[in-house]
Design a protein around this ligand. Sequence first.
Ligand SMILES: Nc1ncnc2c1ncn2[C@@H]1O[C@H](COP(=O)(O)OP(=O)(O)OP(=O)(O)O)[C@@H](O)[C@H]1O
Length: 264
Amino acid sequence: MKPPAAQAQAALSVRDLTVSYGRAVRALHEVSLDVPQGEIVTVLGANGAGKTTLMRAISGTLRFHGGVISSGRITYSGISLGTSPAHRIVDTGIVQAPEGRRVFGRMTVEENLKVGGFHAPESTRKRVFDLFPVLAERRKQRASLLSGGEQQMLAMGRALMARPKVLLLDEPTLGLAPLMAEHIAKTITEINEQGTSVLLVEQNAALALRLADYAYVLDVGQVALRGPAAELAASDEVRQRYLGIVDEPAPVFTGHRALSRWEG
Ligand SMILES: Nc1ncnc2c1ncn2[C@@H]1O[C@H](COP(=O)(O)OP(=O)(O)OP(=O)(O)O)[C@@H](O)[C@H]1O
């Protein structure tokens, strides 16, 4: 069972992060966020809000996209990730399954998984196959022959091969049929229940708020709203702007913590 949020330790912490691409684009402005140990935290926001940029900054891949952190800090268990290269960040236990899956199409399922964790013990591969039995069935098939949903499973499986403590998921349900999206959602919950913290970027706000413990809403590079996911899901602003619900009464939220606007 998960510890109550108040007792959970902030494992991954982002403070006052400002990120730019060249001189013209400031993609994030003084963004702060916490992913407590063992929780699912989601980041919502419209296209261009800065969600992917946040993931890139955390995973150390920003430089490959021409971005720089101009101020702020990212720490994991109190240790600064600073400008560590991506492989060092993977070594600390933070692993990303990137947007768009990016599986190696010419390689088999099994080979893709090996790329994720060359030295992973057999038990890790077994865990991946237990979570995604279809990957076990198709282990000898080329990844390009998998469906979109199966490729998403492979991307998540590949990330799990590195035995992450924090799994970064960027739009895992993008472009998937509702049933497959539900399947992926269920698996995210299972991965989390096995002890992995999850930072989930999603455009499917309804699904993300259902899965997450805590949520942040990014708006043009800034945190506009944050709060326990259940409270955000019940707020009129989120329901109208992100869930597309205009006239149904919001469910009564009986929790004790208040939804808050970010105050820096
Ligand atoms: N490599 C890049 N070079 C220049 N500008 C970029 C680059 N990547 C993103 N941007 C800009 O940074 C801002 C934030 O983009 P980002 O992709 O992080 O947003 P997002 O919330 O993930 O959007 P989406 O849901 O469309 O992926 C946008 O204005 C975008 O145009």
